[in-house]
Design a protein around this ligand. Structure first.
Ligand code: GDP
Ligand code: K
Ligand code: MG
Length: 279
């Protein structure tokens, strides 16, 4: 049958390579990453010969303009894997979930591997997994890549979402914290305007709309918009900035960080401070 391809996406030091080695055993080979000088690794998941998982390299954050986030998103747009395994450091969710939000705009099936759970529980903390799944609309599997915990369950979920093409169940993250819905209206106005162009260019429409608001010129070029459309879009964005009281980039970042903060507040149970008091 067809090969189930996966991208392993996550922030630097979230445990991507550790997880890759657990998933693939000794099967991995090293290949050349397109367009850049460092290597990516691909390998077959143990006991699943019809799979191929790619560990995206993590050194990009050395450059402020070519972050690993950008490279991961570009890889997924170009290579169109059947699924994404998004590895998140459970001890640093505030920062790690920003990439998760971007990945979900791609409308590709995602499973979230919540890594370093050994550290969370070791400190007396915990995470409400069901609540997190519900808020995000994607499966969340607690794992410890270093201790080989939860890997089989992660593989089951990954194969399932890829095989049945189960895309994220939630798309909008701007409703609760959006001060009158300015960002929401802006996003949907642009999505409506660019829908046909995005389809023709084979770019996920929500991702394209968000990138336009963020000022990504490559996306604007790829969509081949005419001047009227570009002007209409600029008008929509300017209006949103006025209503929201933030510039376009800040408005998108604020929407994501507000959601993440809300998720962390309701799903993460911090370690008890009793240890501190004992000292
Ligand atoms: P990458 O940069 O995303 O590829 O992350 P690495 O796989 O290189 O891991 C970064 C660091 O986190 C290494 O020191 C790993 O040993 C450690 N690490 C990875 N997974 C776990 C885990 O589940 N628990 C703990 N405690 N440490 C981990
Ligand atoms: K590393
Ligand atoms: Mg790595």
């Amino acid at each position: 049958g067809t090969v189930l391809t996966f991208a392993l996406a996550g922030n630097q030091n979230s445990g991507k390579t550790t997880l890759f080695n657990q998933l693939t055993g000794s099967n991995q080979h090293v290949g050349n990453f397109p367009g850049v000088t460092v290597d990516k690794k691909s390998g077959t998941i143990k006991r699943h010969p019809d799979t191929l998982v790619t560990d995206l390299p993590g050194i990009y954050s050395l450059s402020p303009y070519s972050s690993e986030e950008v490279v991961s998103l570009q890889f997924i747009l170009n290579e169109k894997p059947k699924g994404i395994i998004n590895i998140v450091d459970a001890t640093n969710m505030e920062r790690n979930l920003y990439l998760t939000m971007q990945l979900m705009d791609l409308d590709v099936p995602v499973v979230l591997a919540l890594n370093m759970m050994d550290e969370v529980t070791g400190n007396g903390g915990s995470v409400k997994i069901n609540e997190m799944e519900e808020m995000l609309g994607i499966p969340v599997v607690p794992i410890s890549a270093a201790k080989n915990d939860g890997i089989d369950e992660l593989i089951q979920h990954a194969v399932h979402i890829a095989k049945y093409q189960e895309r994220p169940g939630r798309k909008d993250f701007c409703d609760e914290n959006d001060h009158g819905g300015a960002v929401h209206r802006c996003l949907h106005g642009i999505m409506h305007l660019i829908e046909d162009h995005a389809k023709a260019a084979d770019i996920p429409v929500r991702f394209a709309a968000t990138k336009i608001i963020e000022g990504d010129k490559r996306i604007t070029g790829a969509l081949a918009l005419d001047q009227n459309e570009e002007e209409a879009i600029e008008h929509i964005i300017t209006q949103m900035e006025t209503e929201r009281g933030l510039d376009r980039t800040a408005a998108i970042a604020d929407m994501r960080f507000s959601f993440i903060q809300k998720l962390v507040d309701s799903c993460v149970i911090k370690p008890k401070e009793s240890k501190e008091r004992e000292r």
